[in-house]
Design a protein around this ligand. Structure first.
Ligand code: SF4
Length: 221
């Protein structure tokens, strides 16, 4: 079996609570969403077998963990499962970055993951429909691993989406860290929203952090 892979590279994790660790990134081609703020260029892919891909990963040497990202890696779940099985046999740490909308596919690979960085796609941020039921189902499966949630906050983000996010986290896995990630940290209106949303989450007893994307500021990939 072959997977459609956009790129493989080594860099520093720029988002979320593992910001700063060194990782080898395997970027999967294809996504099931079209978020308005998406800045991931996915205009080509190469087909690779699992051994070919692992050889390429090995060429970068040791690192904290291997990040399987996209696009949406769970779209190619059968290939991903074969790949992760081997990665776990090699005792490497698996970090899965996902948009959190494909719970049935997560079930197939959950045993081969260590860390899950899942998005909550707030409709007022993405410009898309809501995925609350999918996110809830996804978190119910992901909570057995080290999971944190990331939500992008922009000028259009509405407080109703934050209330819904809080409600789901509290009902499913209230210890999960919620990362509020500014779409543009230098925008004054976004800063005001972040202050407000962070306070709301804290008042509701959630562990919440405001974390900007570091790799963009450092000019890293
Ligand atoms: S889920 Fe991620 S990769 Fe897919 S469109 Fe949204 S931001 Fe882009």
């Amino acid at each position: 079996m072959e997977g459609k892979i956009n790129e493989v590279f080594k860099s520093i994790q720029g988002e979320g609570i593992y910001q700063g660790v060194d990782q080898v990134f395997v970027r999967f081609f294809g996504c099931n969403l079209e978020c308005s703020f998406c800045d991931t260029k996915l205009d080509f892919y190469e087909k690779k077998t699992v051994p070919e891909l692992l050889d390429e990963v090995d060429s970068f040497g040791d690192c904290h963990s291997l990040s399987f990202t996209g696009g949406e890696p769970l779209l190619q779940v059968d290939f991903l499962k074969g790949l992760l099985k081997l990665v776990k046999q090699r005792k490497q740490k698996v970090y899965l970055e996902t948009n959190g909308t494909l719970p049935e596919n997560l079930k197939k690979v959950i045993n081969y993951t260590d860390i899950i960085a899942m998005d909550f796609k707030l409709p007022s941020s993405t410009g898309l429909e809501s995925f609350w039921d999918k996110h809830q189902e996804f978190l119910e499966i992901a909570r057995e691993k080290k999971t944190f949630i990331k939500a992008v906050i922009g000028t259009s983000t509405r407080v109703e989406d934050i209330y819904k996010t809080i409600e789901i986290i509290k009902s499913v896995a209230r210890q999960t860290v919620l990362v509020l990630q500014p779409q543009n940290p230098f925008e004054i209106m976004v800063k005001a929203k972040l202050d407000n949303f962070e306070q709301l989450c804290r008042e509701e007893g959630l562990e919440v952090k405001v974390i900007s994307q570091m790799h963009k500021m450092l000019g890293l990939e």
